[in-house]
Design a protein around this ligand. Sequence first.
Ligand SMILES: *[C@@H]1O[C@H](CO)[C@@H](O)[C@H](O)[C@H]1NC(C)=O
Ligand SMILES: *[C@@H]1O[C@H](CO)[C@@H](O)[C@H](O)[C@H]1NC(C)=O
Ligand SMILES: *[C@@H]1O[C@H](CO)[C@@H](O)[C@H](O)[C@H]1NC(C)=O
Length: 418
Amino acid sequence: MRLVNGFLIFVLSASSTALPMRTRIRTVNSNSNTAARILDKEIDTLADIFGIDKSAEYQTTTDLPNTISKRNTIDSLQEPDILECNGHAELCNRKFSNVSMVVAHNSPFVRPHNAASNQYLPVLSQLNDGIRGLTFQTHTKPKTSDIHLCHTSCNILDVGTLESYLTTVVSWLKTHPNEVISIMMVNSNHIHPTAFIAPFTNSGMLPYVYTPSPNATTLDAWPTLDHMIRFNQRVVVTLDDGADEQKVPWLLYEFAYQWQTPFSPTDPAFPCTQDRPMDEPLHISQDKMYMLNHNLNAEVKLFGQQILLPAIPLLDQTNAAQGNGSLGESVKACTEMWGRPPKWLLVDFYNRGDFEGSVFRVAAEANGVEYEKGSCCGKEEGKGAAEGYAEGVMDRVESMDGWIEGLIQDTRKILEQG
Ligand SMILES: *[C@@H]1O[C@H](CO)[C@@H](O)[C@H](O)[C@H]1NC(C)=O
Ligand SMILES: *[C@@H]1O[C@H](CO)[C@@H](O)[C@H](O)[C@H]1NC(C)=O
Ligand SMILES: *[C@@H]1O[C@H](CO)[C@@H](O)[C@H](O)[C@H]1NC(C)=O
């Protein structure tokens, strides 16, 4: 599916085409009363689509659920002589390409009451809970040379610099020496690959980054987790566009190493077919890692535009270990079709499901290891300075009401700036 001109196309990761929207908003703004009326009408439409009780309309939920159990223990440094890899001794001798991992779609986008969010819990919670893949968009921003993490546009959601986010991730890597992760970035503004060197260096991330041999893209070419841990090269970094491995050998071109099922899917059947890159010969795809995009979206009409929003009301089903439309069922279907489970299981709002942690149960099953129920999902206790931007994330959008509230706030802001 292709979307243009959408207001808040926040689920589009390859969304460099997404911006003529301000023009559109300005037209609406030519009479602000009209704008307000249109806004209300669109919100009504949304409420109808999702079957929301309008008597409870636009209220922000204040009862933060205590059901989100806090972690009982803070992970401590592993004994160096007990080699567990990503939580399991059985995984140590498996190649990186042979271990299924759960990916937080748009990991940094966790602002409460912002409709452009895709996760409820910040990156440290994500990592503590078992997320091993992080995706997000990178943007340029006027008047600064820093790369920022924004969703669709820095006017809608800007969570700060890439460097600051990476610094947070590095703080976690330091205290979790037996963990291998991946960072998959979307190059929304065609940033030159060499511009990524500074944030990766300044954050302290560079020493952890794994650099494969040139053109080593096949399943077999990947090292084992044990190897990556011993050499402390535990982070695989990819860019979806504009990578140049001759200039920056560790910044890998994403689609040379993996293919993906349809992106921003609206079909709850989640087909396992290859979508990106297009037209890749089957024998090449069969020998590469693949990502299952299992974030369900609803297509709605807003301001006369078709836009995609995460299907929040269906999250518990979408992220479930079993049942119709669930992650568990999708993984089974894809395993059947491709002869092995997806390497990456990409989800929105990972801590939701048929129980907290159901997405990790699915990955454990794909890997043939035990899932320890009850270890998910929580919030990192000691709030380090690096977690600054994620402050207050527990104060999150819990319901559709809150979500719509966020949408209204964002829209008003844009109308005001109009
Ligand atoms: C790992 O490799 C084994 C042996 O080829 C295969 O059965 C299994 O499905 C693979 N698992 C993943 C997650 O790739
Ligand atoms: C890697 O692949 C590229 C493109 O196919 C090719 O130009 C280059 O020579 C290859 N490099 C090596 C070291 O094989
Ligand atoms: C599963 O969900 C799909 C799409 O929502 C629906 O068409 C189908 O009837 C459902 N199947 C079952 C067995 O509930």
